[in-house]
Design a protein around this ligand. Structure first.
Ligand code: SF4
Length: 141
């Protein structure tokens, strides 16, 4: 096997989402219990609080909260911290939460806070893929 994989912490039941809740995925929890996953929350690692205002990626590439606060630096820092963890632990694969502005793969919210999705990846997903880490979402498990 390829060893331990990264997982978005909210998928194994950690209450780290913007709304203070998790997004528990049974398959992820099962793998975690088998010690196959290393949980991380890039937004938490980027210094954001729980709960926090929801944020989306704008067309400009900046990440803004619903009230217009620029949290791009937090998102970038979180992505870098996650990348560091993958390097330290020699992790090659990640299972990340779909649609998130940090963790999403293929589809993310369009920046209008209206629930609309567009093609694109989260900030952490983009950095991991640039560094040859394979990313899938919980939906491909
Ligand atoms: Fe889950 Fe990723 Fe959002 Fe953290 S940043 S709550 S791990 S989707």
């Amino acid at each position: 096997g390829v060893g331990v994989k990264l997982v978005s912490a909210c998928l194994i039941g950690v209450n780290c989402r913007y709304d203070g809740k998790s997004k528990l995925d049974r398959k992820c929890l099962k793998l975690f219990k088998k010690r196959e996953l290393m949980p991380v929350c890039p937004e938490q690692l980027g210094g954001l609080s729980i709960p926090r205002e929801p944020a989306e990626i704008k067309k400009s590439g900046k990440v803004l909260t619903k009230n217009g606060k620029d949290v791009t630096k937090n998102f970038n820092k979180g992505a870098k911290e996650v990348l560091k963890i993958t390097k330290n632990l020699k992790i090659r694969e990640a299972i990340l939460k779909s649609k998130s502005p940090s963790c999403g793969l293929g589809l993310v919210y369009d920046g209008s806070f209206s629930g609309k999705l567009i093609k694109g990846n989260g900030i952490t997903t983009t950095l991991l893929r640039k560094n040859k880490i394979k990313v899938i979402t919980e939906k491909e498990l």
